[in-house]
Design a protein around this ligand. Structure first.
Ligand SMILES: NC(=O)C1=CN([C@@H]2O[C@H](COP(=O)(O)OP(=O)(O)OC[C@H]3O[C@@H](n4cnc5c(N)ncnc54)[C@H](OP(=O)(O)O)[C@@H]3O)[C@@H](O)[C@H]2O)C=CC1
Ligand SMILES: CC(=O)[C@](C)(O)C(=O)O
Ligand SMILES: [Mg+2]
Ligand SMILES: [Mg+2]
Length: 334
């Protein structure tokens, strides 16, 4: 355990999958996280059953991956740990379907704290409630596990009636590969707020806005779409890979002095004080529940705004030129 840092971080040696040896884990959902957790748990020797609704389009995939499949209530009835890995706004409905199948001492496990933190799910007081949240998209949780690597994660306990909630959560984190890379102990509130902020202001929202703005600036100045795509989208991965491997310094070391000087003197003009004020406003809307209420209301209304902005994003010209160019990479499937 690395405790000389501010946070308490757990690694493989700090976790014992023995806490899941006699348990069955129901993974409800087989999407981005669900397919990864279910397969990683299974490959780690944990007894897994996948819970999917009747007629689910994911049933064939789960079965072809060698996993047993049941409906969410059936899976929960068989399980000692129920991992809720369906979309956040669906979870309260799915919880209603399974809550009567939970026995005293079972565990309700999440990969994001949204529904507990914003009181959308009030779990019964006789079950453990835990969180193991990979800091990674689900498909890389699986890919890294198969490569004998891992993805960092967060672990939290909301309710511990058995006395083993944290040890069992660490066993789960180890079985999906998170303690290979490090799993930070936190709370449902901290995970929820930092995850929502990070995906909105940096990882998903901020970065894609930066890419699109850069692309549009070049194209509107008369440069070709191809040039703008390779400069502002394709090369971003190559730059971020270096940051991932060795920090900002690794990237600055690898790029030219010209790029380093230009980046260090112009970067804060683009992502400036106004951007920082907006980041702080975005965080405040996460903390005071404004975002959660907006997202819940949006779903209750049938996602009219979400569908509209999602369609506009899909139709952004960078997507078309990108698909065309990626298809021409020498290694692309012919
Ligand atoms: N995506 C990610 O990388 C990350 C996600 N998380 C968290 O993990 C959890 C799961 O997210 P994610 O994996 O993205 O979810 P997905 O959107 O990938 O979940 C899809 C799964 O949910 C099922 N599903 C969808 N709607 C329903 C429904 N109405 N009833 C029953 N099942 C339904 C689908 O089944 P069907 O095939 O039948 O449609 C499918 O199996 C969330 O809490 C999320 O915040 C945390 C970290 C990262
Ligand atoms: C992949 C991840 O960590 C996110 C962005 O938080 C999510 O998909 O919710
Ligand atoms: Mg996240
Ligand atoms: Mg998230």
């Amino acid at each position: 355990m690395a405790d000389e840092l501010d946070a308490t971080i757990y690694y493989d040696d700090d976790a014992d999958t023995g806490y899941l040896d006699d348990a069955t884990v129901a993974v409800i959902g087989y999407g981005s996280q669900g397919h990864a957790h279910a397969q990683n748990l299974n490959d780690s020797g944990i007894d897994v059953v996948v819970g999917l609704r009747e007629g689910s389009s994911s049933r064939d995939a789960a079965k072809s991956d060698g996993l047993s499949v049941a409906t969410p209530p059936e899976a929960a009835a068989q399980a000692d740990v129920v991992s809720i890995l369906v979309p956040d706004t669906i979870q309260p409905t799915v919880y209603d379907q399974i809550e009567n199948e939970l026995d005293a001492g079972d565990t309700l496990q999440f990969a994001h704290g949204f529904n507990i933190h914003y009181n959308q799910i009030q779990p019964s007081d006789d079950v453990d409630v835990t969180l193991v949240a990979p800091k990674s998209p689900g498909h890389l949780v699986r890919r890294n596990y198969e490569a004998d690597e891992g993805t960092p994660g967060l672990v939290a306990v909301y309710q511990d009636v058995t006395g083993d909630a944290k040890d069992q959560a660490l066993a789960y984190a180890k079985a999906i590969g998170c303690t290979r890379a490090g799993t930070i102990e936190t709370t449902f509130r901290e995970e929820t707020e930092t995850d929502l902020f990070g995906e909105q202001a940096v990882l998903c929202g901020g970065v894609t806005s930066l890419v699109k703005q850069g692309y549009e600036t070049l194209v509107e100045a008369g440069y070709s779409e191809e040039m703008a795509y390779f400069e502002c989208m394709n090369e971003l991965k190559l730059i971020v890979d270096l940051m991932y491997e060795g920090g900002l310094g690794e990237m600055w070391h690898s790029v030219s002095d010209t790029a380093e000087y230009g980046g260090l003197t112009r970067g804060d003009r683009v992502v400036d004080d106004h951007a920082r004020e907006q980041m702080e406003a975005v965080l405040e809307e996460v903390q005071d529940g404004t975002f959660a209420r907006q997202w819940i209301t949006e779903n209750q209304a049938g996602r009219p705004n979400y569908d509209q902005i999602k369609t506009a994003e899909e139709n952004h010209e960078i997507e078309a030129i990108g698909e065309e160019l990626r298809g021409l990479f020498s290694w692309a499937d012919e």
